[in-house]
Design a protein around this ligand. Structure first.
Ligand code: DAH
Length: 355
């Protein structure tokens, strides 16, 4: 090389390069050569001692050295960085053969399974699925269902009143009045079910203060003759699809203020098959719902003319149906949240759901 100064720096650099074993040393080297007072940077100060016609060439020589340095720097830098990354990856490697920590999986509550089953069935028969408020007014829960204040039948439903006017609804029947009234300006046929929570002030081995019901309401023009036979046919399909085949139904005359005539409907005891056992109190039957022909007063009070419109209603409690379907012997299992109980249902596949 023509310029001794450049040559000198190049020689020192070559020696220095041999000592570079890591990123830190490489960066130090960069400062030593290309920093403000770096050896390559400082070569520029000799330019003034060089004859002007050679200055350009001198400059090219310095640049060449700088480029060489940069190439060296980049190559080494990549090398060291890859090395660091590989070391890190090796250290942080995950042993996928290690057993994992078990995550607890939730599963659908059996009452919710039952609700979905009922919804699927009734939707397939053209019903709407409707909901209403759980915090309900006395008016909708009772008065508009033909249960005025002071009516003795209110005694059958011990209620949680929040104020004189508001209570936790004791029955999903309240939504019957809501739907009828919503249509009062333009009455039209109704086919709906109302699954949901209900509340009563009772708590013993067979009752819980909160439980679920699923109201059903069918209203049509009088000339379409929605009759007791239709109610019976509907409930027969309901029981067959929701609880199981080979169960008999029994209609017993009963009393509800919002239906006339009214019935309580029993099915063959699932435990003894009708022979009689402690569960069915030796009768062979278990009551599952109340039902009847909608009372003219209910229609009238909620904007439907009973001379033109008529239909039926029914209201099963869902805990019982769930117990029948899955053979659960005690209602309290449904609400004590024992994870072992719920896990049982995790394993039961849903293939029996109505398609
Ligand atoms: N709501 C009633 C109860 O909780 C059950 C019932 C009876 C619902 C007759 C009905 C019905 O729709 O027609 O005891």
């Amino acid at each position: 090389m023509k310029y001794q100064k450049v040559e000198e720096v190049k020689l020192i650099l070559e020696e220095d390069q041999k000592q570079i074993t890591n990123l830190q040393k490489l960066n130090d080297l960069k400062i030593k050569y290309l920093g403000k007072k770096g050896l390559i940077t400082e070569l520029n100060q000799y330019i003034k001692d060089i004859p002007s016609e050679e200055r350009k060439e001198f400059g090219l020589c310095v640049n060449e050295l700088r480029n060489e340095f940069n190439d060296f720097y980049e190559t080494k830098k990549n090398l060291f960085e890859t090395e660091i990354l590989n070391q890190k990856l090796e250290k942080e490697a995950i042993d996928i053969t290690l057993p994992s920590t078990k995550t607890k999986r939730g599963s659908k509550h059996p009452v919710n399974r039952m609700i979905e089953r009922i919804e699927d069935l009734f939707v397939s028969m053209g019903y709407d699925v409707v909901s209403g408020p759980e915090l309900e007014t006395d008016e909708f829960c009772f008065e508009r269902l033909n249960l005025p204040k002071g009516h003795p039948a209110r005694d059958m439903q011990d209620s949680f009143y929040i104020t004189d006017e508001y209570l936790l609804r004791t029955q999903t029947s309240a939504v019957q009045a809501r739907t009828l009234l919503a249509n009062k300006d333009n009455p039209k046929p109704i086919r709906e079910i109302v699954p949901g929570k209900t509340y009563r002030k009772e708590d013993d081995a067979t009752h819980s203060h909160q439980f679920c019901q699923c109201e059903g309401l069918v209203i049509d023009k009088k000339e379409n003759h929605v009759s007791l036979a239709d109610l019976k046919g509907t409930l027969e399909i309901f029981v067959k699809e929701v609880i199981g085949d080979n169960l008999d139904l029994r209609f017993r005359p009963s009393y509800f203020p919002f239906t006339e005539p009214s019935y309580e409907v029993d099915v063959t005891c699932f435990k003894c098959g009708g022979k009689g056992c402690p569960l069915c109190k030796d009768t062979g039957w278990i009551e599952i719902l109340g039902a009847g022909i909608v009372h003219p007063n209910v229609l009238r009070m909620n904007g439907y003319n009973p001379d033109e419109w008529g239909g039926f209603a029914f209201g099963p409690g869902l805990e019982r149906l769930t117990m029948f379907r899955y053979g659960i012997p005690d209602m309290r299992y449904l609400y004590t949240n024992d994870i072992r109980f719920l896990e049982e249902f995790d394993r039961k596949d849903d293939s029996d759901a109505i398609k």
